[in-house]
Design a protein around this ligand. Sequence first.
Ligand SMILES: [Zn+2]
Length: 386
Amino acid sequence: MKRRHCVFCGEPAINKNREHILPKWLLELTGAPSRVVTMAFDPGTGKPIKFAWSALVMPACEACNAEYSALEAAVKPILLALLDRRPITSRQYLLLLDWLDKVRVCLWLNQLILQKAMETIDPHLHVGNRIGTKDRLLYLYTLDGQAMGLNAFGIESLIFQHQPSCFALRVNNIILFNASSDYAFSDGCGFWHPERIDRQIDGEFAGRVVFQGHAMTRKITHPIVDYPLLKAAVRIIQPIAQRGEDGEFFGPLRQNESYHIRHMSDPSRGAGILFRQFDDKVLPIHNFDAPIEFEGVDAVNNGNAGDIAAQVYRFQVYLLHKGVELVGSEPAIAHANSMSNILTTTNEMRAVLTERGQRSNQGRDFVTLAFRDAMAAAKRPAEPKG
Ligand SMILES: [Zn+2]
């Protein structure tokens, strides 16, 4: 995926159009469309890179753009309903999850362009191969009050740059906390999943991910997610089976195993149904058209939206490590581990500073500067021992 390649199909854009990462109706719904926001920091100075929401565009083919605009149109009434606290159906949540995949990946590609990091990151990823292809989750938080606003939380972190696994989108008085990662939640849904995910870090196959071993309980675990996420008005999780290089599903789905088939929303895509997390149980949602009512949860007060943003940074760390084993030469593993420590530490710093509402000093982002200094120290040759 290069700058001029289509954000949807990854090919050179044909009859190039500009795709707005966030649709115009959403910008108008949440404030002045031309307002300026900060979503990234200059890696050298820590100063914010500012731009208008309305200027957030990516290259796209005309045909791809038209195809995805149907998704935008379908999502509008869904978001309007949620803003009014009206329940939507499982079928609608599945569309909303597709749209969140799209927004998350577009914001990620945009960050890579802003940070000039395109060369170092997986060039094959684009929206078309990242919608509905990995386990995903949505926790819907409600906010007190009627303040308008649109914010994307967590997208400036180094872990997000590494893998667009988790972010949160505030739209006026709701926050959509969204995560997606390889087999992150299949285990808890009773679905097939690898026992371990090997990530090759050097040599001929650097970057390759290999699923090792297999496990399946056919039982739902309560809670599904092995992480203490804050309670939300709606908490839904969807397992999604993946295909190997031969085009066949991994695991028993290729034999139409019955537990999987009973819990599928779209077997041809490997897409599970939604599982709803409650305080005391998990319920699989078999009826796609029944309204999913909000749970009685005290709304997060606006000042505490920071707690949800902090949760994004910490959940990114959780997903970065979950089930993953690094494979490679000893020095490469040592280097990857020290990088991983730096990524984890900077995310934890972001979480703590976000909770305290102290992110910057004289307009410079604390964490960006701390990361710059940590990297400089890591590159410095060790003092000779003597
Ligand atoms: Zn295209």
